[in-house]
Design a protein. Structure first.
Length: 381
């Protein structure tokens, strides 16, 4: 009736009614067969069984001339409309230029139980293989490799193996990148983290960056390496009379317990920071008596005794402490200081230093010992 007066409105109404003849005439307005399929399903059979999509898709494809020789996308969509999931994954892997679609589709289907329902014998392996392929492409990208690491976490069979192999080859041009790599490995309890820390510690030490080297050594909790680096700190101090990287030494916390030498280094820095008084003298005496210092540092420790005792008029040592210092002085002067090291012999300039200060030191210790004995004997019993 009235619609015939407006052809466009009549056509629109026929489309909404699902008139197949009208839709067929307008087929050329659709750029692809699957656009036409969507229109056909939407207006003619929106509530039909999804199983009929396969046959309907083939009819639409035939009306558009069939599959092109290089029509990979057509094959993917046809397989999807047929609910042939393995074919969808296979065609997507062949045709698409990366593994993103295949990996994510297989993961979704696996967690929905669709892959195991149709192919239980290889569903899990196929899913992991596709995720590994996609992760491998991400790992080769300079800025997306951390994203690839996250994908490997969802590969229980071979993800850890892939991650270790990748991390062994990754170039560590900057400290920030090295720290990120180590954090990733530590979060997953992979032993390679310690090897990388040790390698970086040695590399930084060779470059003269002792502070950075010590940080890496403490991170891998290697007592031998931390002891060697602590010795280098002390050797530099013995030459320049100044400890490097003071902020690090003053804020080591529990890390100082990784090795005896590191403990000594941290406590020696604490001694330097203390104000003159009994607490400073007691700490220095304990450091000397602990025999944790390398042999080459003993003369400097004894010179510290001279300065510490000379800076205060009060009695700083008790009898036992004075005797400890005398014993150590005897050992150093005789060259028999008990040290576990074999390669830390006292330099010649320190030997001469010891001879110069020995008389002053003996005099100071003797005075404190005499005063301590007098005070001890006069104390009420």
């Amino acid at each position: 009736g009235e619609f015939s007066l407006l052809p466009e409105l009549e056509t629109a109404c026929k489309i909404l009614m699902g008139d197949k003849e009208t839709l067929a005439k307008l087929r050329e307005l659709c750029s692809t067969w699957y656009n036409y399929l969507v229109a056909l399903v939407t207006y003619t059979c929106p509530a039909d069984n999804p199983q009929m999509l396969g046959d309907l898709a083939e009819d639409c494809l035939a009306q558009f001339g069939g599959v092109e020789p290089a029509g990979g996308m057509d094959n993917i969509l046809l397989a999807a409309f047929r609910s042939d999931l393995p074919m969808v994954i296979r065609e997507a892997s062949r045709f698409l230029d990366n593994w993103w679609f295949s990996a994510h589709l297989s993961d979704l289907l696996f967690h929905a139980g669709q892959m195991e329902a149709s192919h239980p014998e290889y569903a899990s392996e196929l899913r992991e293989h596709l995720i590994l392929e996609y992760a491998s492409t991400l790992l080769t990208h300079h800025s997306l490799w951390k994203v690839g690491v996250g994908y490997l976490d969802y590969c229980p069979r071979r993800g850890r193996e892939y991650l270790e192999a990748f991390m062994e080859r990754i170039p560590l041009q900057t400290q920030a990148k090295a720290l990120k790599v180590v954090e990733i490995l530590e979060q997953r309890d992979i032993p390679l983290a310690k090897d990388i820390c040790q390698t970086l510690a040695v590399r930084m030490a060779k470059k003269g960056q002792l502070g950075t080297a010590l940080v890496w050594a403490m991170r891998c909790k290697n007592p031998v390496l931390t002891s060697r680096l602590a010795d280098q700190f002390l050797a530099e101090y013995s030459e320049r009379r100044e400890l490097p990287c003071l902020d690090l030494l003053e804020n080591m916390g529990e890390s100082m317990l990784f090795s005896d030498r590191l403990t000594f280094l941290a406590n020696y820095r604490e001694f330097q920071r203390k104000p003159p008084g009994q607490a400073k003298a007691r700490l220095l005496t304990d450091l000397i008596d602990s025999q944790l210092a390398p042999h080459f540092l003993q003369p400097l420790l004894l010179r510290d005794v001279i300065h510490t005792l000379s800076d205060s008029a009060e009695l700083l040592l008790d009898v036992d402490q004075a005797k400890q210092l005398l014993n150590c002085l005897e050992e150093v002067s005789e060259g028999t200081c008990s040290s576990a090291d074999t390669d830390d012999a006292m330099p010649h300039y320190q030997q001469s230093l010891m001879k110069t200060d020995e008389k002053d030191l003996r005099k100071l210790i003797a005075q404190h010992l005499a005063n301590a004995l007098i005070e001890e004997s006069s104390a009420p019993s």
